[in-house]
Structure formats: structure tokens, C-alpha cells
Write a protein that binds this ligand. Structure first.
Ligand code: AMP
Length: 401
């Protein structure tokens, strides 16, 4: 299906062409006609499916087709600054030839940024992309007029709830007109998302896009190891080959900090990224990594979703991600744009059951590579056979390996 088939405005079609999209992705095919028809949507769709354009394109089309758009028409609430920036950039490209105005409101910047945001919010930018806390900061000051809002999008809603934004989201919604179109996108559909949907959506159309399998070209391996051996194994791996760019994911901020410190001390070109860092520092680190000035990025899951960095040749999971979806997101950072990539996962004794559950979701075992003998004895891989007692995994109906 091409974008012309949706009947989009010519100026929007020009932007789509300039961005390089030729045909619609499955989520776009399924979602766009409903959004154009004015329906509320609850969609389970991951990053990487083209979900951002799936909501941006019909919203832009509808706004520019309406007689006046001198107020905030659409509000897109997202969990992280990185995602806000990325959506804003995507929007800028797609809407380049249209008269749409937009602003990303995500905080963490200087006082000057706040003033800029205030101006754009007071003037009524057509589309506002925001993180919840920052928007509430502006709302409290009274100049943000949302009473004429037409579209509300919650992106990565499950993540927002995991990050404790439920109350903030409900507070923002209390400023919005009841008569609006609401679109909710979530990677997973736990009970609390259903609850939220029940409160804020009106007779929504439900769309399920299965999580795609990690691309075949990603070489996946795992090391069964004691926790104390993990830093030494990481250094060993990094010394084996000249990697251009490597991301190492850790679930905990403290592990990120400690590992980054150890790698730097050992002379590696490594930096860290996690939520304790100021926004401008995070951006600097990310841009140094993208430019190749920093070869190794140690990061929390803040970086596992939504961030598009091409040419990563190795992803290492310092610890086992919490579920199969996080695993697919993390390793999906490598082998983008048809490149080859490698993903290693380090599994300690406590993480074996979790990893076995991920393997079950993947539909195959991941090769266990022997740890170099210099690192000493390692545990055997003996996960308890996975049973349906772990509802986090058994509930993932939309996962099709
Ligand atoms: P998303 O799931 O929105 O994060 O999108 C994943 C990637 O796919 C982004 O780099 C988008 O720019 C790209 N993309 C989205 N829609 C299309 C399309 N129809 N054709 C080609 N690439 C697309």
C-alpha cells in the first residue's frame, strides 16, 4: 500500500517521499485509516514497526486539512526525552512541506529552553511532544491552552506506567476536552494498560502488531558465568576484535557507572548513559558515540527502545533483560539497516531461569559460548524448566517467534 492510497495532502506526500518511505508498514496500514476516520485506538506495537509515522501522518493530514489551526491541536506524551526528540525530528522531516508547527517539551535543558517552550506553548504550536513532568510544570503556570485539543497520543504507554507517570498522565488529561481523539500505543498490554485505556479511550479500535523476531542476521551468543567474572569477560571480549561501536546494556544504573569506570580505567574508549545524567550531557555522549568518537557506550534500558543508531556491531547484555521484548529491543540495536551484528548475553546463576524464558519466547536456544579458561570455573547452565507460573511471559499473546 502506498501513502497516496490514504488520500494524504500533497504537501505531506512530498515530505513522506523526501523522508524515503515508499510503502506503508503493517502498523501504518492498519492504524492510519482508523485515525483518519476519527476512531480512538489502542495498539500494541513496538518501536521499529513504523508506529511513529502511523500516528504522525494522519494527525498532520487532519490538522492541515482543517480550516484553522491556531491552537494546540495534538499532544503526544512520551516516557523519555530521547523519544520526544526523536519523534520531533521524524515529524520535522515528514511535515517539512506543510505549515505545521511543533515543539518538543522535555525538560532537562537550560532556563532559556523553558522560555522557548513557554512561548511556543502560549502561541499554540500545532503539535506538542512532551514528557509528562515537564508539561505539568508548564500547565501549573496557566498559559498552556489545551481546551481546543483534538488529538491525544500516549506513546510507549506501558513504559510510562512502569516509570510511575500514571498520576501525571491523568492530571494532564484533566486539562483536556472530553471530546477528543485518543490514540494509545504500548509495546505490551498488561492489566494496568487496559485499565488506563478503559478510563481514557472511547470505543477504541484494537490493533495488534506482533513483535517481530530479531533479524536472523544478528549472531546471538550467551556466556554462563558468575557475576564477579562479568567485568573481566567484557574486557576480554572487547580486546578480541576492533569493534567500531558497541553498546553494553545493564539493568541497573550502578552497574552502568561501575562498568564504565572500569573500562575507562583499562584504557577503552567508553562512556555511560543513564537517567542520572543531565540532558545536555546525555546528548553530548550520544552524539560522540554516533560520530564514532566514543566506541563503547554503557547504558541502561533508556537506550534500548526507540533510539536509532546505525552501524552498531556489537550489543552486550551485561545482565539478562527482564523479558523477551526487552531482549529483542536491546539486541535490535545492532544489525540495523541490513548490517550484520552480534549480540552477547552474560547470564549469572540467578538469571538462568529468566534467560530460559526468553529462549522459549524466541522459539530456540541461544548458543552458549565457553568462557575463556583464564577466567576460572563457571557455573553450568541448568535453568529450571520454564513453567506457566511466570505470568509475565505466558501473557504475551502477541509474541510470535
Ligand atoms: P518507529 O517504529 O516509528 O520507531 O520506526 C522505525 C523506523 O522505521 C524509523 O527509522 C522510521 O523512520 C522508519 N519508517 C517508518 N515508516 C516507514 C516506512 N513506511 N517505510 C520505511 N521506513 C519507515
Amino acid at each position: 500500500m502506498t501513502f497516496k492510497d490514504f488520500g494524504f495532502d500533497e504537501r505531506l506526500l512530498e515530505g513522506i517521499e523526501a523522508t524515503g518511505y515508499e510503502t506503508a508498514t503493517p502498523v501504518q496500514e492498519q492504524v492510519i485509516p482508523h485515525i483518519l476516520a476519527g476512531k480512538d485506538i489502542i495498539a500494541s506495537a513496538q518501536t521499529g514497526t513504523g508506529k511513529t509515522a502511523a500516528f504522525l501522518l494522519p494527525i498532520v493530514h487532519k490538522i492541515i486539512s482543517a480550516p484553522n489551526h491556531d491552537h494546540i491541536n495534538a499532544l503526544i506524551i512520551v516516557p523519555t526525552r530521547e523519544l520526544a526528540i526523536q519523534i520531533a525530528e521524524n515529524l520535522e522531516g515528514l511535515s517539512y512541506f506543510t505549515p505545521i508547527s511543533s515543539i518538543a517539551v522535555y525538560g532537562g535543558g537550560s532556563g532559556g529552553t523553558f522560555v522557548q517552550e513557554r512561548q511556543a506553548l502560549s502561541a499554540g504550536a500545532d503539535i506538542v511532544i512532551c514528557t509528562p513532568g515537564r508539561l505539568i510544570g508548564h500547565l501549573a503556570m496557566g498559559y498552556v491552552k489545551l481546551k481546543q485539543l483534538d488529538y491525544l497520543v500516549l506513546d510507549e504507554a506501558d513504559r510510562m506506567l512502569d516509570m510511575g507517570f500514571n498520576e501525571d498522565i491523568m492530571k494532564i488529561i484533566s486539562y483536556l476536552p472530553a471530546d477528543r481523539q485518543t490514540l494509545l500505543f504500548s509495546a505490551t498490554m498488561p492489566h494496568k494498560i487496559r485499565e488506563l485505556a478503559r478510563k481514557i479511550l472511547r470505543q477504541p479500535v484494537e490493533v495488534n502488531i506482533s513483535l517481530s523476531k530479531p533479524p536472523e542476521r544478528i549472531k546471538q551468543e550467551a556466556f554462563v558465568i558468575y557475576d564477579s567474572q562479568k567485568p573481566a569477560l567484557i574486557k576480554h571480549i572487547l580486546q578480541q576484535k576492533e569493534f567500531k561501536s558497541v553498546i553494553i546494556f545493564c539493568s541497573k544504573k550502578n552497574n552502568v557507572k561501575q562498568l564504565a569506570r572500569e573500562l575507562k580505567k583499562a584504557g577503552f574508549s567508553a562512556e555511560e548513559i543513564h537517567s542520572d545524567l543531565e540532558q545536555n550531557v546525555r546528548e553530548q555522549v550520544l552524539s560522540a558515540f554516533i560520530n564514532g568518537r566514543v566506541k563503547i557506550l554503557v547504558a541502561t534500558d533508556i537506550l534500548s527502545r526507540g533510539i536509532h543508531i546505525d552501524n552498531i556491531d556489537l550489543v552486550i547484555n551485561y545482565d539478562v533483560p527482564n523479558d523477551g521484548e526487552d531482549y529483542v529491543h536491546r539486541i535490535g540495536r545492532t544489525a540495523r539497516a541490513e548490517n550484520e551484528g552480534t549480540a552477547y548475553t552474560l547470564i549469572n546463576e540467578k538469571e538462568q531461569n529468566k534467560f530460559a524464558a526468553i529462549e522459549k519466547l524466541l522459539g530456540h536456544a541461544v548458543m552458549k559460548t565457553p568462557v575463556p579458561s583464564g577466567l576460572g570455573e563457571t557455573p553450568a547452565y541448568q535453568p529450571r524448566t520454564f513453567k506457566a507460573d511466570n505470568r509475565r511471559f505466558s501473557n504475551k499473546r502477541n509474541y510470535k517467534p
